[in-house]
Design a protein around this ligand. Structure first.
Ligand code: LLP
Length: 421
């Protein structure tokens, strides 16, 4: 039988080899909602939220909503006691639409527009993570026009390299994000914000990168942040997100608890009462979600390879193309069979690079009509989905206790022209 350790926690395989998630069979879900389909195990989502709150303390965990955001997810994170990191006015809008109070939202972004800042100030977000000197000036202008004075943290680039893909590494000196520590900008920004009557400087912030597997990388960066923080005598520090997750059975990722224990080692040097925030995204949602696809074409090129085409691709998961990310795939109705054959899993887009898995292990009898399930697509899948080739974006369902509920409907063809004038 296939190893189902990559699947959401409440997954099971029955005696016939059929996969269920949250007590609902994948074939029933596909029958009802079609493919491609994002399926989230709601209980798993709630459990990871609770684990983060238990590990870091309530009111200290800010869910990085860029990983996966819709009204239902914002509500769930809020219900479980997480704050919400919004990186744009769009993410803020979704969180507020979900009923999350602005005081539970934190605004990020390296290029916030005046409109985004104005909305955040009017709504009263918990704090704004300020990214540049220009942003300080723009906040001053908005406050001088009568808007409320915000609490702010300053995003610092601590000058550390982490072991992850270059595109998701953010803590090094050469970065578009934040105030550089090594060239003195960080200290200048602290002085600048402190002397401004248009903002209340409450803390500093860092985020060193994403999908980081080596907890020593966090420890190195966090030590630098603590050294910077101590003489500033500020009340708050945010240590970012970035904890990696296992995408294939070859990966081993640290748990949220292990990540928290590294943090607690570093933060013992902080004065009692210092508020320490973290901002996990991927580690909250990635493994709780899977994507179900239907196989539409199987093509064998003798002596070269087998191509298996599914009804989605780079439009619902650009990660393999963007970062070379690896995944595995399983036949949801044939989980007992060994995956002894290899195939390239490709999407339906007009690009040779539209590859989901370069070299997948599949069952030898894989055939048209099979429903393949790709685990660990809960983070940065739906949130990075596009309409390339005018492919409607998939629906999203939450499952649990034998029930399913559609939380984002599948786009229709009409949706594809709704913006056209
Ligand atoms: N905080 C800040 C300021 C961030 O920029 C990010 C992610 C996070 C927290 C959450 O990081 P996480 O815990 O999810 O690793 N699209 C890429 C990931 C981009 C991450 C951007 N920032 C991917 O699919 O791997």
């Amino acid at each position: 039988m296939s190893d189902i350790s990559l699947f959401p926690r409440h997954s099971a395989v029955d005696a016939d080899g059929a996969l269920s998630i949250g007590g609902v069979s994948v074939s029933a879900l596909v029958g009802e909602y079609g493919t491609p389909l994002f399926i989230y195990d709601e209980q798993h989502l709630r459990e990871t939220c609770r684990e983060a709150v238990a590990a870091f303390g309530s009111d200290n965990v800010i869910y990085a909503s860029k990983a996966f955001l819709c009204v239902a997810m914002a509500r769930l994170a809020h219900e479980e006691g997480l704050l919400i990191d919004v990186a744009t006015g769009g993410e803020l809008f979704v969180a507020l639409t979900a009923g999350v109070p602005a005081s539970s939202c934190v605004l990020h972004g390296n290029n916030k527009s005046d409109d985004e800042l104005r909305t955040a100030l009017e709504a009263g977000v918990r704090h704004i993570v300020v990214d540049s000197f220009g942003e300080i000036e723009r906040i001053e202008k908005l406050v001088s026009s009568g808007l409320p004075i915000p609490r702010v943290q300053l995003r610092i680039t601590p000058g550390v390299h982490v072991h992850t893909h270059e595109y998701v590494s953010t803590g090094q000196d050469d970065s578009k994000f934040g105030f550089n520590l090594n060239n003195g900008d960080a200290h200048r920004a602290v002085e600048r914000a402190r002397s401004s009557s248009a903002m209340q400087l409450v803390g500093i912030h860092c985020h060193i990168g994403s999908n980081v597997f080596d907890v020593d990388n966090f420890e190195d960066a966090w030590k630098v942040m603590v050294d910077l923080f101590l003489p500033l005598e500020l009340p708050e520090i945010t240590m970012g997100g970035g904890l990696g997750v296992a995408y294939t059975t070859r990966d081993t990722a640290p748990t949220i608890e292990q990540w928290a224990s590294v943090l607690s080692r570093v933060t013992t040097r902080l004065p009692a009462g210092t508020k320490v925030y973290v901002e996990p995204g991927r580690s909250i949602v990635a493994a709780a979600g899977v994507t179900a696809y239907s196989v539409g074409t199987v093509k064998d090129i003798d002596g070269i390879r087998r191509y298996v085409s599914v009804d989605g691709g780079m439009s619902d998961n650009p990660r393999p193309m963007m970062y070379g990310s690896e995944y595995e795939v399983f036949d949801s109705n044939n989980m007992l069979a060994a995956r002894t054959s290899s195939a390239r899993i490709v999407g339906k887009h007009c690009e040779s690079g539209d590859i989901l898995i370069l070299d997948a292990q599949v069952t030898p009898d894989i055939a048209i009509g099979d429903v393949l399930v790709m685990p660990v697509t809960g983070a940065y899948g739906y949130s990075m989905a596009s309409n390339y080739n005018k492919v409607p974006r998939p629906g999203v369902v939450f499952v649990g206790q034998g029930q399913s509920r559609l939380v984002v409907r599948r786009e229709t063809l009409e949706d594809l022209v709704r913006l056209d004038q």
